[in-house]
Design a protein around this ligand. Structure first.
Ligand SMILES: *[C@@H]1O[C@H](CO)[C@@H](O)[C@H](O)[C@H]1NC(C)=O
Length: 317
């Protein structure tokens, strides 16, 4: 078949298509006159519908599929007063020694109005200041105001000792006042939510600021994305709370907090000033998703029923 014949055939085909598709005659005439122009104007139509189909498939695979098995428990977009999700307590509490501190029910609570955004912002600035003296070489850094532990490279230093040698101080009276006020509010909220006597519930360690970024891990401390149970990771924990100092979607992406349940993974999307607290037993297996972009700040404030594991408020030193 000569090229001329092939072209003629092509042109015929397009002519038919043009006639059936277009409303006016003008188009089909034009097609007849110039087969070349025709093929270049019809082809992109096919291409663009193919592109739309391909895009839909990719969107499904990468966006929808990625979230299959995930349910948003509390979104960063909504400011919630209080959201509660109750789960059956695990058998971890069967042998609990501290009766008055045993949870009356187990689960998770998220509150956006317990801590003010202005207090959360103040604490974030304090965390930024403290972390500026160190920081992990991997993606996760901590600063513990009680012990002074600060990630530095692949290890930890004592920020108070370090600053003493520089004749500097980290904490102001105002920092301590806000830190202590925030901690007391969370203490009271946990006691009330889980039916525990506040004077039988104590602040425990580690209680620390965390900063996560997208730097690849250099030690196991940098790998925050493995599912774990706080009561096993940190023996003294009975109740865990997290105060978020930055917001999912605007300060960072990835980094959602995930409760691993049998039916689905329930996500808490961090939001500045949002407090999330839960019983620390195996009913609350969880992890933090790997960060995709940005920097994420939070404080973990932990409580125990064991008076021998209680810690004091940090002081100016
Ligand atoms: C929860 O997420 C993990 C990791 O993405 C996934 O393997 C698992 O199937 C999810 N769970 C459910 C119940 O869908």
């Amino acid at each position: 078949m000569s090229e001329k014949v092939v072209r003629q055939r092509k042109s015929d085909k397009h002519d038919t298509a043009g006639k059936t598709k277009s409303n006016g005659k003008k188009k089909s005439v034009k097609i007849k006159e110039n087969a070349e122009e025709d093929s270049s104007s019809v082809l992109p139509l096919y291409l663009s519908s193919a592109a739309v189909a391909l895009f839909s498939i990719l969107y499904y695979v990468f966006v929808y599929q990625e979230d299959a098995g995930y349910t948003v428990f509390v979104s960063a977009k909504d400011k919630v007063d209080k959201v509660v999700y109750t789960v059956k307590c695990s058998s971890d509490y069967d042998t609990e020694k501290f009766e008055g501190c045993k949870p009356k029910k187990c689960g998770r609570t998220v509150m956006d109005n317990l801590i003010t955004e202005s207090d959360a912002r103040h604490l974030k600035e304090l965390a930024e200041k403290g972390m500026s003296y160190g920081g992990s070489s991997g993606g996760a850094s901590i600063l513990d105001l009680h012990s002074g532990a600060l990630s530095s490279g692949t290890q930890f230093i004592n920020i108070y000792k370090f600053l003493q040698s520089q004749n500097e101080a980290l904490l102001t009276e105002e920092d301590l006042r806000i830190y202590s006020k925030v901690k007391d509010k969370i203490h009271a909220a946990i006691a009330s939510e889980f039916g525990v006597k506040q004077n039988q519930l104590y602040l425990t360690s580690p209680t620390f600021f965390s900063r996560m970024n997208t730097t690849p891990p250099t030690t196991k401390h940098d790998e925050y994305w493995h599912p774990h149970i706080d009561k096993i990771t940190y023996e003294s924990f009975h109740y865990t709370s997290l105060l978020y100092l930055s917001t999912y979607g605007s300060d960072f992406t990835g980094g959602r907090f995930v409760f691993v349940d049998k039916d689905t993974n329930r996500t808490v999307e961090p939001r500045l000033g949002r407090i999330s607290f839960f019983t620390s037993g195996s009913e609350n297996l969880h992890f933090v998703e790997r960060l995709v972009d940005g920097v994420r700040y939070a404080i973990t404030i932990s409580f125990t029923c064991d008076p021998s594991k209680a810690i004091q408020n940090p002081a100016i030193r």
